[in-house]
Design a protein around this ligand. Structure first.
Ligand code: SF4
Ligand code: F3S
Ligand code: FES
Length: 254
């Protein structure tokens, strides 16, 4: 097994501030960036804070930024970097730092709670639901989400605009609205809940100008923009400009 010495700059600090610290660390064949962070903890910085769990790209815990790009530390191979370059590892930028590489991702849980849950179809019990396979396949892609929040961290609407966080749910939770809106058995409409309208009015769909940065960083390869956000926008607009829907809303207002 061959090894070499690589130079790293790792962000250390907390909510009061911090900065990059230089380290030189041994790298072995086949290692990922999380291995290097663990070696740093074992040899030079025992108090370095990092969040991780599965080391298999499935728990979504180890999200951080490597050379400024949002990535999973456990799925980023050291072999993608030039051996001579200095590699920077910094915490997710869109969320408040707790310590070192660990951020407070509570924003995402708040946004998750704001999306109304699936409404079961009236008159059907568990085990009686029937759906066409194509209706199962469509939202199935979105169920691959590991809640790493890389998309939430990358979207420019909140990345540098803290003030937008109140009104904008972010790609992951707009995708959840899209998933429920596509669900043929969701009975939300029968309770008066128009998911397309809430996407616009309550979850900030209009802030998304389909830059697709969220899709580019998704480690699960989910086509967030093309398969969730654009269809959701189309359906929301269709409903708004559908003459029958318009007439219905006028009659209801009388
Ligand atoms: Fe992560 Fe992709 Fe889920 Fe966003 S949609 S939280 S990038 S897995
Ligand atoms: Fe943001 Fe993705 Fe839309 S990056 S602007 S949510 S396409
Ligand atoms: Fe679980 Fe990286 S440690 S996704």
């Amino acid at each position: 097994m061959s090894s070499y010495e690589a130079r790293f700059q790792v962000w250390r600090g907390d909510e009061r501030g911090g900065g990059l610290e230089d380290f030189t660390v041994e790298v072995h064949d086949g290692e990922v960036v999380l291995d290097i962070v663990h070696r740093l903890q074992a040899t030079q910085a025992p108090d370095l804070a990092v969040r991780w769990n599965c080391k298999a790209g499935k728990c979504g815990s180890c999200s951080a930024e490597v050379n400024g790009r949002p990535r999973l530390l456990c799925m980023t191979r050291m072999s993608v970097f030039d051996r001579a370059e200095t590699i920077t590892i910094t915490p997710l930028r869109a969320f408040p730092v707790i310590r070192d590489l660990v951020t407070d991702v509570g924003f995402n849980y708040e946004k998750a709670r704001e999306v109304p849950a699936f409404v079961p179809p009236p008159g059907l019990g568990p085990g009686e639901y029937r759906m066409f396979q194509e209706d199962v396949d469509r939202p199935q892609e979105f169920r691959k989400c590991i809640e790493c929040f890389l998309c939430q961290n990358t979207c420019h609407v909140v990345r540098d605009h803290e003030e937008n966080k109140r009104a904008f749910a972010g790609p992951r939770y707009l995708m959840r609205v899209a998933e429920l809106d596509m669900h043929p058995l969701d009975a939300a409409a029968e309770t008066g809940l128009d998911r397309g309208r809430t996407a616009q009015d309550d979850h900030g769909l209009g802030y998304c100008n389909i830059t697709k940065c969220c899709t580019e960083v998704c480690p699960e390869g989910i086509k967030i923009t093309d398969n969730a956000l654009i269809p959701l926008k189309e359906r929301a607009v269709d409903r708004k400009y559908d003459p029958l829907v318009w007439l219905g809303s006028k009659i209801r207002r009388r």
